[in-house]
Design a protein around this ligand. Structure first.
Ligand code: XMP
Length: 516
């Protein structure tokens, strides 16, 4: 993983905020990487970081099994910023002292600055609001340190060794509840580490194009295009680098949404001129799904069939040297939290690659170092339409996890139309980009209704809309009643086979996002 950009390293002690710290640094146009807390100082030195940040973590520094960094990192001449557990570890390793406490200081606090000339607080007034979340605290400064700030609960809430450029903060500058947190991070990056803000998506594209060309040479690359953000941006970027040496395979698995296949082909083949194989395997999938009601079986059938279709198409292309994937940084980070802290459990669940495992491709993963927002930014730079860049997540098994019971063509046709109304109206209301997912679910149970003078006996559509940041937890969206009314009216009036619409008001947990 080489990069020509300046680097700030975050050593991960298992904080739920480690990734957030990395993102905050990058939002300031400085490249950052999360590394295991026990990365040797000699290893770090080779990476020539401009700065090192020690994350928070759930442990207590004085416990025998507490995660500790290599003490030699403090002698590398590289500025270090310890946050929460990271600050306590500095005190512990550099001969200060940390007090064990059962009492937690949690939430908003006021930090009062003891000094006026700390570079970390350059441009600040005497007080600021900060977000705390800790039990233990530093009670004795390490040698060469001074107290920079205190709170009503702790005499040392911020400390620094000015000469060695080692800083400690008991609070979290990376969270939004510390309103001036970004300025503190900025001061660390620019006033202290002297970074030059060279991490821009433009420069990333340029360096990736070059490195993809070098890696691929005259070889051939294949990419599974789903129409989702990651694979779409990856395909366009790789195409920019190697043109027709890239072939994209787009599989229609029969459970896509209304006009989805046509849109993908139009966007990528017609607009971007990608070398695109469109494999319409609708019949293959739907034949296999006939009579299947169990959701796990549906998933397995779709996953397995996808691999077979993909292999068939790849074989037709001939010799292939590389497989491109849109893997993102959060999937890559090997968390090292000794206690299995929260950062170890944040994994993108469900999104298992699902591509042939026994095919001997080398992988090209241009986004292994990127967060989702950065991929979106690249997509914008490369001119991808907003519709693709802001697309809400859509599950691999598609509408098969949104039709309860058997998947039939008739049910798919009803759901496609209903879903189309939900998405169209949410977009019209300007809410689509603010919502994690909003869609329709078909409940193939019949309830009674009246239309004109006739009694009807038709299906129910459930509307689901949730807010979430990672799909792991979610809350139902408080959609305006007027919007729900329009959605309901349009579905019942325009979609044949539906006479009732309900709104799902369950959060996850204990419910899930999809109904299956
Ligand atoms: P649940 O329904 O478990 O979904 O709350 C969490 C997130 O994962 C998506 N999802 C899937 N994605 N294959 C996928 O690629 C699947 O089988 C699958 N099942 C759920 C879902 O849309 C939500 O974003």
């Amino acid at each position: 993983m080489k990069t020509s950009h300046e680097l700030v390293v975050i050593l991960d002690f298992g904080s739920q905020y480690s990734q957030l710290i990395a993102r905050r640094v990058r939002e300031n146009s400085v490249y950052s990487r999360i590394l295991p807390f026990n990365t040797a100082a000699a290893e770090l030195k080779k990476l020539k970081p401009k700065g090192i940040i020690l994350s928070g973590g759930p442990s207590n520094v004085y416990q025998d099994d507490a995660p500790r960094c290599d003490k030699k990192i403090f002698g590398l001449g590289v500025p270090v910023l310890g946050i929460c557990y990271g600050m306590q570890l500095e005190a512990f390793l550099l001969d200060g002292a940390v007090e064990k406490s059962d009492h937690r200081e949690y939430g908003k606090q006021e930090l009062v600055l003891n000094v006026k000339d700390s570079l970390l607080f350059k441009g600040f007034g005497a007080k600021l609001a900060v977000w705390m979340s800790h039990g233990d605290k530093v009670i004795k400064l390490p040698k060469g340190f001074r107290t920079v700030g205190h709170s009503s609960n702790s005499a040392i809430s911020a400390m620094e060794n000015k000469a060695k450029k080692i800083f400690g903060l008991q609070f979290h500058p990376e969270v939004v509840h510390t309103p001036q947190g970004n300025q503190i991070i900025k001061n660390f990056l620019f006033a202290i580490c002297k970074c030059s803000a060279d991490w821009t998506m433009e420069s990333f594209i340029a360096s990736q194009v070059e490195s993809i060309r070098k890696t691929v040479g005259k070889g051939k690359v294949v990419c599974g295009l789903s129409g989702g953000v990651d694979s779409s941006v990856a395909a366009v970027l790789i195409n920019k680098a190697i043109g027709d040496q890239l072939t994209c395979i787009f599989v229609n698995n029969g459970v896509l949404r209304k006009n989805e296949a046509e849109k993908v082909v139009a966007t990528f083949r017609d607009n971007f001129g990608l070398n695109l194989v469109y494999a319409d395997a609708t019949d293959r999938f739907l034949d296999k799904l006939k009579g299947v009601e169990d959701p796990e079986k549906k998933r397995k059938i779709i996953g397995g069939e996808f691999i077979r279709v993909f292999e068939d198409e790849a074989r037709k292309i001939g010799t292939i040297d590389f497989l491109a994937q849109g893997t993102l940084y959060p999937d890559v980070i090997e968390s090292v939290s000794a206690k299995g802290g929260p950062s170890a459990t944040i994994k993108s669940h469900h999104n298992v690659g699902g591509l042939p495992k026994d095919m001997k491709f080398k992988l090209i993963e241009p986004f292994r170092e990127l967060f989702k927002d950065e991929v979106r930014e690249i997509g914008r730079e490369l001119g991808l339409p907003k519709e693709v860049i802001q697309r809400q997540p859509f599950p691999g098994p598609g509408l098969a996890v949104r039709i309860l019971g058997e998947i039939t063509r008739e049910r798919l046709a009803i759901l496609r139309e209903a879903d189309d109304r939900v998405v169209a109206e949410v977009k019209k209301a300007g809410l689509y980009e603010k919502i994690w997912q909003s869609f329709a679910v078909l409940l193939p149970i019949k309830t009674v209704g009246v239309m004109g003078d006739e009694r009807t006996y038709e299906n129910v559509i459930a509307v689901r809309s949730v807010n979430s940041t990672d799909g792991m937890t979610a809350d139902w969206t408080r959609l305006p009643y007027d919007l729900l009314e329009v959605i309901s009216n349009r579905i019942i009036n325009e979609v044949k086979g539906v006479n009732r619409v309900v709104y799902d008001i369950s959060s996850k947990p204990p419910s899930t996002i999809e109904w299956e």
